[in-house]
Write a protein that binds this ligand. Structure first.
Ligand code: NVA
Length: 338
């Protein structure tokens, strides 16, 4: 292990450069091919997982993935710990980094995660905040690469709450992958200017593009992939009625899917509300990739944990070499030489 290497975190999608994102996806593909062959967390090393919001896929996929990497998933009960209430985020960070090799946190404000990362000597991974869901995006990109091939140039339509965490991650992560991401949402729920601007900046370097519109047909035209998410994200429950009233025209039903490209695939991070943001015949139909998408959370998150630890100089030399060998074998350029 090398002391002095800066600690790498995944707090938002643009914490990975385009080359690094491709490297993480190459690792994820290798880990999926041989789920028990790579053990960078052997020891076992502990990864702390904290959930301040509900979870099914994230908790189960991190726990299973950490175990497959040879590690120990430690569930820290966010309510019992009382982070920011019973003790400060800074103090929690300085306790957990003495126990664990990485911290995975699902919480509300992005600023809480940023504060944790600022104090933590081990990688911090965003397991969903109000603003971003980067682990979901990596799983989504892995799923599309498997189903459709190379990501650059792929056209993505996101319908629904354009201001939600998943839409923001699509803008940043899709642009990083060189995709064309169009978000269709009602007025008042369009993506924020800061995220759109940053995504456009990234797209300018990758050959991708980003756009936001209130017209679903505009986003759907020629789309290779149609993505949606709940209209009522966790923490917004009190706005459920108001939101359901304005999102109807953005539902991903058979008529909407017919406006996309002829072989377009469908993604949804789940949980899904059939008959609201997505029709049962679409999510349960032949174009849906949602179960692969849910599975790929495990592979993609294993990859990101191994990658961050390796690039932070926090793995034994032979485990770092194993990570870099997979990356090299995939033919993704080394960022040092890029
Ligand atoms: N936008 C949703 C994603 C759930 C995985 C939420 O934040 O609730």
């Amino acid at each position: 292990m090398s002391a002095g290497t800066p600690v790498r975190h995944l707090l938002r999608d643009d914490d990975l450069s385009p080359v690094e994102q491709a490297q993480v996806l190459a690792l994820a593909a290798a880990y999926k091919r041989e789920p028990y062959a790579y053990r960078p967390l052997a020891g076992p090393r502990t990864v702390a997982m904290i959930f301040d919001k509900q979870t099914l896929r994230t908790q189960s996929s991190f726990a299973a993935g950490i175990a497959e990497l040879g590690g120990h998933p430690l569930l820290v009960d966010g309510a019992l710990a009382g982070i920011g209430v019973r003790e400060s985020v800074a103090d929690v960070a300085r306790v957990l980094d003495r126990q664990a090799s990485a911290v995975v946190w699902r919480t509300y404000e992005q600023s809480r995660l940023e504060e944790m990362a600022a104090w933590s000597r081990v990688p911090v991974v965003n397991a969903l905040t109000d603003d971003f869901h980067p682990c979901q995006l990596l799983a989504d990109l892995q799923t599309l690469a498997e189903a459709r091939g190379p990501l650059p140039g792929m056209r993505v339509a996101f319908l629904g709450d354009g201001a939600c965490n998943v839409a923001a991650s699509w803008l940043l992560g899709g642009a990083t992958a060189g995709m064309h991401v169009r978000v269709a949402a009602p007025d008042g729920f369009l993506p924020g200017e800061a995220v759109l601007g940053r995504a456009a900046e990234i797209a300018g370097t990758t050959g991708g593009s980003v756009a936001a519109t209130t017209d679903p047909a505009e986003a759907l035209a020629d789309a290779d992939v149609v993505v949606t998410d709940t209209w009522v994200s966790m923490g917004r429950e009190e706005q459920a009625e108001q939101r359901t009233a304005v999102f109807g025209a953005y539902a991903l039903d058979a008529a909407a899917l017919a406006q996309a490209g002829p072989d377009a695939h469908v993604l949804h991070c789940l949980p899904a509300y059939r008959g609201k943001e997505i029709a049962a015949e679409v999510i349960d139909g032949p174009r849906s990739l949602v179960w692969d998408e849910a599975e790929n959370r495990r592979h993609a998150q294993k990859a990101v944990l191994a990658f961050l630890l390796a690039r932070s100089g926090q793995l034994p030399a032979e485990e770092t070499a194993a990570v870099e060998d997979v990356v090299a074998a995939a033919g993704v350029p080394d960022p040092v030489g890029a």
